[in-house]
Design a protein around this ligand. Structure first.
Ligand code: 13P
Ligand code: 13P
Ligand code: MG
Ligand code: MG
Length: 369
């Protein structure tokens, strides 16, 4: 069958700061999806990572389906209502528009969707991250799909050896989707030249060059482009199909052991290591560190088996300790240099007011003749 996976994620309020949603908020989202999804969707599951709620839906209506998107919008509105009743912090934070206009994309929530012919055995992963941005997936995707050091399948499997087509989006371009397609292995250096800039160029999707089948769909939302100001980080969601013509599940996970430095730590304004955490983890130290969780599923005729929490394994305890050490190392230098984002990427305008006021106090010293 032709199956659609729709994964949508939003922060509509959390307990005690930007930590995690309440059980009551989650119950309201769950109720809305269960009741409103009758006759519309095949299966669903709900999860949260830090303060962001993620809804995964399976159905046969294709991507950008208005009714499916409206269902998620209504679910987040129901969550927002509870968040307001409970006085949760940032109630309705990612609900940036007043009315639903046919598609949840561009309204605040992060969306990753894909449609494909379901394989007889169909494993896939859903990644959800908090206190970071969509470009945080650039490096792990590059390493998993283009580097044989991480993906042995590129040299062992004929389908993997055919390479992959990356669609990369320029997320600074607010007027329509500005994208480029690059093929690995021949475009690998061009791809690296774009993907090193996580704030501007983001992997939108990846296809197998063996048969054109879709492997990855990732969100490319920039909340600042929608709201015109900082309203929270663009905490991203991503779907990855695995095995056979795609990298194995473990090959996709391998690069996450790096805990690479990403932006989004504290006030969306600092750099921190991305820590792979167990599902339903909160954040803590310095509103972070940036976290990513990953659920594995199998699906048959749209019915989900799982999830399995792939970062809930002793190996990742060691990785988490490493991430803590990396977080500590960069936090030791406070606001200085690379610990904080550059002035153009800073999420708060307060510092611009301060610098503008200081500008007038500067004097230029000329050498005496
Ligand atoms: P597949 O043959 O299902 O792709 O599995 C490969 C494998 O052994 C992964 O480690
Ligand atoms: P969220 O984007 O996860 O709401 O975090 C906002 C923030 O500024 C935390 O310090
Ligand atoms: Mg928040
Ligand atoms: Mg968040």
């Amino acid at each position: 069958m032709k199956l659609t996976l729709t994964a949508i994620k939003a922060d509509v309020g959390s307990i005690g700061g930007h930590i995690r949603p309440s059980d009551e908020l989650l119950a309201a989202v769950e109720r809305t999806v269960t009741e409103g999804g009758k006759g519309l969707i095949i299966d669903h599951t709900l999860n949260y990572t830090g303060d962001d709620v993620a809804i995964l839906l399976t159905h046969d209506r294709g991507i950008d389906d208005e009714d499916v998107h409206r269902l998620t919008w209504d679910a987040f509105l129901a969550g927002t209502k509870v968040a307001k009743e409970q006085g949760l912090y940032g109630a309705g934070q990612d609900i940036l528009k007043d009315a639903f206009s046919g598609n949840t994309r561009g309204l605040g929530p992060a969306v990753a969707e894909m449609e494909f012919d379901e394989r007889p055995n169909e494993p896939f992963l859903m990644f959800t991250a908090d206190k970071t941005e969509p470009g945080a997936y650039n490096l792990p995707l590059f390493l998993a799909f283009a580097d044989p050091m991480y993906n042995a399948g590129l040299i062992l499997s004929p389908a993997g050896g055919a390479g992959y087509t990356f669609t990369v989006m320029d997320v600074d371009h607010a007027d329509g989707d500005r994208v480029v397609e690059l093929n690995t292995p021949e475009d690998t250096y061009d791809l690296a030249a774009l993907l090193r800039d996580n704030g501007r160029f983001v992997v939108d999707s990846i296809r197998s060059r063996h048969d054109g089948d879709i492997a990855v769909s990732s969100c490319t939302t920039r909340l600042r482009n929608i709201a015109g100001k900082y309203v929270g980080k663009d905490d991203p969601i991503m779907l990855v199909r695995t095995q056979k013509n795609f990298p194995a599940t473990g090959e996709i996970l391998a690069p996450f052991e790096i805990c690479h430095y990403v932006s989004g730590f504290m006030r969306g304004s600092h750099i921190g290591p991305m820590m792979p955490v167990k599902a339903r983890s909160s954040v803590s130290f310095f509103d972070g560190p940036p976290v990513v969780s990953c659920l594995a599923f199998s699906v048959r005729n749209g019915k989900l088996a799982g999830p399995v929490d792939v970062f809930d394994h002793p190996y990742w305890d060691w990785v988490r300790d490493k991430a803590s050490a990396k977080a500590h190392a960069i936090r030791e230098q406070g606001f200085s240099g690379p610990a904080m984002l550059g002035i153009h990427d800073l999420e708060y305008v307060g510092i611009n007011h301060r610098l503008n006021a200081l500008d007038e106090r500067f004097t230029v010293r000329h050498e005496k003749p």
